[in-house]
Design a protein around this ligand. Sequence first.
Ligand SMILES: N[C@@H](CCC(=O)N[C@@H](CS)C(=O)NCC(=O)O)C(=O)O
Length: 235
Amino acid sequence: MGLPVQALGPCSWRVRLALEEKGLDWTSHHLNLALNEHVTASYQAINPNGVVPTLVHDGQVIIESNDILLYLEEKFPEPALVPSAARDQDGMGHWIERAGAIQGTIKSLSHELLFRRFRKVGPEDVAFLAEHHSNRELVEFMRDYSEEGAAWTSRVERAQLEMRNVLSELESFLADHAWLSGETYGLADISWVVNAHRLVQAQYALDAYPKLLSWHERVTQRPAFDRAVLSYQPG
Ligand SMILES: N[C@@H](CCC(=O)N[C@@H](CS)C(=O)NCC(=O)O)C(=O)O
């Protein structure tokens, strides 16, 4: 049994959501991570980290999902997904940065709570990655995941702690603000909803965070979220 392909990459959901919100035309070059389609020399020549997503636009290559959000906003400012007030812009920047920094945490929890049921990784898979993937961090992660020893336990414990901390911060912020981007929905909401949605998928206990759950519901009910994530089928 496999996960639906759209379940595999919150970083790609993030970019698709921004593209959908802005109503932009784009061409998908889908890579199936479970089939190691990102573990090729040709893809790593485009994205040296060998991870998805990558945006290629007007001859420019942008490789970090949050950087892609900011790039899209700069090139395609309408409809605006940044707040007009400087104070809200700072707040938005803070949350986007936090989303980028928490990526490893999301990855550890996704593997522990969701993928472990579907994705078996053995020593031969790790050896394949070590030979063909230039991103050493990614290879070490997969080695720890496959061995399920002390190194993995410590990754998961660290991730649980970091996640609890950031969820408390989000809950406090959302107690006073409708959106992470300030007065209106914007890039910080896009950046975070994919993380929150992944936690929901992984059945992470979120009852202690009612403001976050209500914000998640408001964002995931947007038609763009449906197109970018829930009903998305790779072409
Ligand atoms: N910081 C990067 C992280 C990208 C990343 O880790 N992408 C994941 C999917 S969400 C990936 O390609 N993983 C491949 C793997 O772990 O083998 C970004 O935000 O674009």
